[in-house]
Design a protein around this ligand. Sequence first.
Ligand code: ADP
Length: 305
Amino acid sequence: FAINMDQLHLDEELGKGNYGTVKKVLHKPTNVAMAMKEIRLELDEAKLNAIIMELDVLHRAVAPEIVEFYGAFFIESCVYYCMEYMDAGSLDKLQGGGVPEPVLGRIAGSMVRGLKFLKDDLQIIHRDVKPTNVLVNRKGEVKLCDFGVSGQLEKSLAKTNIGCQSYMAPERIRGESQNNLGTYTVSSDVWSLGLSMIEMALGRYPYPPETYANVFAQLTAIVHGDPPELPDSYSEDSRDFVARCLRKVPEMRASYAELLVSALLGVFLCILFPMRHVSCTFVSSALIAARVMHSLRLTLPLRLA
Ligand code: ADP
């Protein structure tokens, strides 16, 4: 069934991204809480319709590691995209650093399984792997969102925010990432996965903007410098797992299958657990705590009630 604005009761704002605002909404006919992303695009109706049709493939993106898509519609020049509401928000809210190794392992496991599902089952390369695009709920489920399925939408977004926090692989920054077919290769996502792991371990973006004179110097460090590493406090196996994601030469990076095999050999043992949840709920409670700090409207007991 198709969702439209009349069926939605608008709730609080959940966050602002580079391209739009995300609000919590209630879908009145089903009583399901959803997250609705508003993306403003100056496009004609035909192009907006093309985007809505391209987004339709998301109805097939059903997996435990993927944020569920409920539907999209447009009003005037805005696309509205409705998805599963993840009540602990995104992983970038983990501040202060030091995500414990088993939790980081569970997050890595979910991300690798999600990315592998997208690629193997839907032939989709994510293209925007970063902590803000990994969402968590209080059940401890870790899911990916915001992957590139609509060429028209991608073309229409004003890409103004390349600098600051780039999760792009060196070859993408250099502009070499397109193969002969003009498509991105999956290994660029593997780099972004490794960088996201390090950000969660450090509690900050691995190339802090304040240590570089400008964005150019920062991007130069990504392209020409040694890749960042997981801190010494993590096990050799985990450090190796991340290092194999962050090899400068894309062909040398591990594939998703290899990363999952590493798990079988004892790397990130927790990926082996049949349960897909971050059972210790460390992540959700830390995220909820961070959200509380960010939003005076929320109180911790209320969120945990
Ligand atoms: P970005 O452009 O940086 O990827 P988004 O526009 O996707 O950011 O999202 C902005 C913020 O809204 C996120 O950081 C997250 O905290 C929140 N958010 C996005 N999607 C959801 C969701 N499905 N459930 C709960 N919160 C969400």
